[in-house]
Design a protein around this ligand. Structure first.
Ligand code: GLN
Length: 533
């Protein structure tokens, strides 16, 4: 097995045992990036050659020097007989929405194309402290607004390593693609409405949105502060558990981070699932689109192969000893996207006020005669269309006179969505679930340009993921098969507050029972047929 195919867990174990040098791991990751990634996304990157069209383009900055220096430190610590950390020598990419000292932190926007943060985000700091090697910053939808990566100001946007004519999903598309293409073992992403899980599902990797507040948001450029969660992307559940272990826990600098003690995710991972109650809900069998004329919700079935994979996966979990509980009502799932649309726009518009050309980031180069002109031109030139759309919507929805109709109303819907989960998990309720099993996405990855520009379709690709952001509960996506076109299918396990341990354990059990399935042998297109050193 080549170095870049190793799991994070194996890399750390070997590095700590002195069987592997962190510097060699860093070199192997850099070589893989050179082999598969192609041109880094840039502000003036437009049309590319046919050869470049087939590359991954996950990275917008490769931090070679930083990774090698960190690797040296790890190797020195090992040589001195010190504990080199949970992630000793593990190559990691960081979604370019986290501040990392020594890098440009762009949010994939012209607005922050020159922003060099003076500090490092808490989750990134903790990864480094545990011996991780930061290989670089990866692409995303501008300010994390999107589900395909195509809205990035940094082009070429990331492609799906399974089929480079398809999108990797978003907004953590660069994260998911860099893990799937074995450029790194782990990536740090963020999930506001599905941005870790949807791209993870599209790229055939594991993605975990932790409980709200489990991982600090300090140093994360905010989208919708009441929904944003940093979390891991990896190639298996053990690696996701390992990365969460390294990052989770209270941060005195983030008042919304939880003071609750962090569980030992690794020690419970291997326990079996006998007797655990896993729910299936008919409310996750379809996507609901509003009819704007009548206000009614129109129901559309999810992709057949996704549905079949979900039920087949439930059977496998039953075989592993879990108890499958059918027909769990989650009646407010259908309203997740409309409520998210309102809440996320209002919070985004508020968070984006700070980008005004005065304090940091882009400033218009045109001559201006007053301050408001400076603001106006800076924002007109610095933000892309998706960002402007969201600011306009957010301002409209929160304007005096609209608040009761929209924002307050959406908050009530949010409370109802949370109630669905509270009922499902209640220890003496009707269902007493340990986890809810759902599809992660209604469809597999779409072709590039096929959905971009269609706001409605793009939004609804998050229907299955957004409810857990509203409720604050943790949710994990794991690969569970391939569709007829060979594109990955993800299934999602949603847990009760702070029960990351349980959903990781169930995910791990699923990996064990499905270990010999034929789809697991299929490799992403960009890796198939490769010749490895
Ligand atoms: N796709 C969703 C959106 O466009 C979610 C993004 C996210 O989770 N950051 O808002």
């Amino acid at each position: 097995m080549s170095l870049t195919s190793l799991s994070a867990f194996e890399v750390a174990r070997k590095v700590k045992a002195g069987e592997l040098k962190a510097v060699d791991v860093a070199e192997a990751a850099l070589a893989q990036i050179r082999a598969v990634d192609g041109l880094p996304g840039s502000l003036d990157g437009g049309a590319v050659s046919a050869d470049e069209e087939k590359k991954v383009h996950a990275f917008i900055q490769v931090t070679e020097k930083m990774a090698l220096e960190q690797a040296e430190k790890v190797d020195q610590a090992v040589a001195r007989g010190e504990d080199a950390g949970l992630l000793a020598g593990v190559p990691i990419s960081i979604k370019d929405i986290f501040c990392v000292e020594g890098t440009t932190t762009t949010a994939a926007s012209r607005m922050l194309s020159n922003f060099r943060p003076p500090y490092t985000a808490t989750p990134v700091r903790r990864l480094i402290d545990q011996g991780a090697l930061i290989l670089g910053k990866v692409n995303l939808d501008e300010f994390t607004f999107g589900s395909s990566n195509e809205s990035s100001a940094y082009q070429p946007a990331t492609n799906n390593p399974w089929n480079t004519d398809h999108v990797p999903g978003g907004s953590s598309g660069g994260s998911a693609a860099s893990v799937a293409a074995e450029e790194v073992a782990l990536s740090l992403g963020t999930d506001t409405g599905g941005s870790i899980r949807q791209p993870a599902a599209f790229c055939g990797v594991v993605g975990l949105k932790p409980t709200y507040g489990r991982v600090s948001r300090l140093g994360l450029i905010a989208f919708s502060s009441s929904l944003d969660c940093p979390g891991p992307l990896s190639r298996n559940t053990r690696d996701a558990a390992l990365m969460l272990q390294a990052m989770a826990g209270v941060d005195p600098k983030d008042s919304t981070s939880s003071t609750r003690a962090v569980d030992d995710y690794l020690s419970t991972l291997g326990q079996d699932v006998k007797g655990l109650r896993i729910g299936l809900s008919p409310d996750y069998d379809a996507v609901y689109y509003p009819n704007f004329e009548t206000g009614e919700l129109h129901k559309e079935a999810i992709q057949k192969e996704v549905h079949e994979t979900l039920y087949r996966s439930a059977e496998l979990l039953a075989k592993a000893g879990a108890e499958i509980v059918e027909n769990v009502p989650m009646p407010n799932t259908a309203y997740g996207i409309p409520a998210y649309f309102v809440i996320s726009r209002v919070e985004a518009a508020s968070n984006l006020h700070r980008f005004d050309g005065v304090k940091y980031g882009y400033r218009t180069e045109s001559a201006v005669s007053n301050l408001s002109e400076l603001y106006r031109l800076t924002r007109a030139e610095g933000f892309g269309p998706q960002v402007k759309l969201r600011i306009l919507m957010g301002m409209y929805l929160s304007a005096a006179g609209h608040d009761a109709d929209y924002y307050t109303h959406a908050q009530k819907v949010r409370a109802l969505i949370r109630q669905d989960f509270v009922r499902a998990f209640e220890p003496d309720g009707d269902h007493r679930l340990d986890a809810l099993l759902t599809p992660t996405t209604a469809t597999t990855s779409f072709k590039r340009k096929a959905v971009f520009g269609n706001s409605l379709l793009m939004q609804y690709s998050d229907q299955m993921t957004v409810s857990s952001n509203h409720a604050g509960v943790p949710a994990l996506t794991i690969p569970a098969g391939l569709d007829e076109a060979g594109l990955p299918i993800g299934i999602q396990l949603i847990g009760n507050d702070f029960r990351e341990d349980l959903i990781l354990r169930i995910g791990h059990a699923f990996e064990q029972v499905s270990r010999d399935e034929a789809w697991r042998k299929v490799r992403p297109q960009v890796l198939a047929g490769e010749v490895k050193a």
